[in-house]
Design a protein around this ligand. Structure first.
Ligand code: DLL
Length: 433
């Protein structure tokens, strides 16, 4: 079901007109009300009157993580503080505190964006959403909560953790939609197996997973273990939280709520706007936000945009699932490596689980070295040592051929790599650089 066909299936020209009107409005407001943006626009010699078409957005300044740090906490507020109803914050992967301050209208729009997301997964008002994203400063919990309410569904505000209780609730209340990080979904599935709970026999039949990178293989595993359909959802605190983009049943890229968040892809080095289909850094402009609107925010997430028609009937642009981030791209002896590539390579190897940890260090020769800790499937671990040795060699060879780097593999027992209730940490970089 399309939650809001008027906007999601809008004629493309009409959408561009709407986006332009909203952009123009936003530029005028930011120029008048936010010192930071007036100074930035003045420095580039651009004024609101210079924005005469949607493509003129390229004349406007970018906003970066550093800008957010420099203006913390209220420097980017675009409305009187008294109008703010709720605040969220993320320290993200980079440790820079990022604030999102919402007016009531912002919260309503967030609910709408997340209702579209849940509907993208097939959700309706008849569903019961077990929401295991963390409630609190993190945007996952409240975002999915507002979305479920806007959809008219029943929401169980579990937050993350206390897995035994999650399973009890899932069984007793007959939850039908699971919302949490993909790693927590897998962790719960493992606990369920241990507790003798057969998830496939429960009503739970769809899930909206995001907030961290995950692979097609993790999707397959979640779908098999729960007997459900698993969808990728994307968002970030700076822009609104979850609700920026979501997969529909076609699972062919994530539909961007582009009447609300205007996407661009730029070359991360030069900032030049790239055409559809070219991979680069994702940039968003919030078109309707009142509390902390952002112009051309550099997300550091790497993807490309697709505009071919989707079979679901939505006309919104789609983003390919993320390839990684410009800032967690590891540079190993000069070679660019994304953790997601390592994961992708791993999943094709029988015996290896998608639970892994990448430890990067400088060896005695002061050269970068990667030690890759990989969990071995239970059946495999009980095998004789020769089998394990073979598996280790195989993983090392695959990494060498796919990533062009040498990786030292350490096989570890099932369930020894720390599981996370929220976002999982896949990389430990011990290099002091
Ligand atoms: O993670 C918002 C969110 C909550 C999204 C729940 C989806 C579900 P932040 O904590 O600010 O916000 O982290 C944002 O997480 O820039 C991406 O690098 C990463 N991320 C989010 N969704 C995905 C995804 C929330 N589906 C940062 N795949 C973003 C890969 C994702 N990475």
């Amino acid at each position: 079901m399309i939650f809001n066909p008027e906007y999601e299936s809008m004629d493309e020209d009409a959408r561009r007109k709407l986006q332009f009107a909203r952009l123009k409005n936003l530029t005028e407001k930011l120029y008048a009300d936010v010192d930071f943006y007036r100074r930035k626009m003045d420095a580039l010699g651009v004024a609101p009157k210079d924005i005469r078409s949607l493509d003129d957005i390229a004349k406007l300044p970018f906003t970066t993580k550093d800008d957010l740090r420099d203006t913390f906490p209220y420097g980017l507020l675009a409305c009187p503080k008294a109008q703010i109803e709720e605040i969220h914050m993320s320290s993200g992967t980079t440790g820079v505190p990022v604030v999102d301050a919402y007016t009531q209208k912002d919260i309503d729009i967030w609910g709408e964006a997340m209702a579209r997301t849940l509907a993208g997964a097939g959700g309706t008002k008849n569903d019961t959403v077990q929401n295991c994203y963390g409630y609190g400063l993190f945007t996952g919990g409240m975002g999915a909560h507002y979305g479920a309410k806007t959809l008219g569904a029943n929401v169980i505000p579990m937050s993350s953790g206390n897995t035994q209780r999650q399973l009890m609730v899932m069984q007793s209340f007959g939850s039908t939609i699971l919302t949490c990080t993909p790693s927590y979904a897998l962790f719960m599935a493992e606990e369920a197996e241990e507790a003798g709970v057969d998830l496939k026999n429960l009503p739970i039949n769809k899930g909206c997973f995001g907030a961290e990178p995950w692979s097609e293989n993790m999707r397959r595993e979640i779908e098999e273990r729960y007997g459900m359909k698993a969808y990728d959802i994307y968002g970030l605190t700076e822009i609104i939280g979850p609700g920026v983009a979501f997969e529909c049943e076609a699972k062919n890229g994530l539909h961007i709520n582009e009447d609300l968040f205007y996407p661009e892809i730029v070359d991360p080095e030069t900032g030049r706007v790239l055409p559809d289909g070219e991979k680069g850094e994702l940039v968003f402009t919030t078109l309707t936000k009142e509390g902390t609107p952002l112009l051309r925010y550099r997300t550091r997430d790497v993807t490309f945009l697709m505009r071919e028609r989707c079979s679901c009937g939505r006309t919104t642009a789609r983003m390919h699932r993320l390839f990684g981030r410009t800032d967690d791209m590891l540079i190993i002896r000069g070679v660019n490596v994304f953790p997601s590539q390592i994961e992708q390579a791993l999943i094709e190897i029988e015996g290896a689980d998608p639970h892994y940890l990448i430890v990067v260090d400088r060896g005695q020769t002061h050269l970068d070295e990667i030690e890759l800790h990989v969990e071995v499937k239970k059946e495999f671990f009980s095998d004789e040592t020769r089998g394990l040795e073979g598996l280790r060699n195989k993983i090392e060879a695959v990494m060498k051929s796919k990533l062009m780097i040498s990786v030292k593999v350490k096989l570890v027992e099932p369930k020894t790599i720390e599981r996370s209730m929220g976002k999982s940490q896949r990389v430990i970089d011990k290099r002091k650089i």
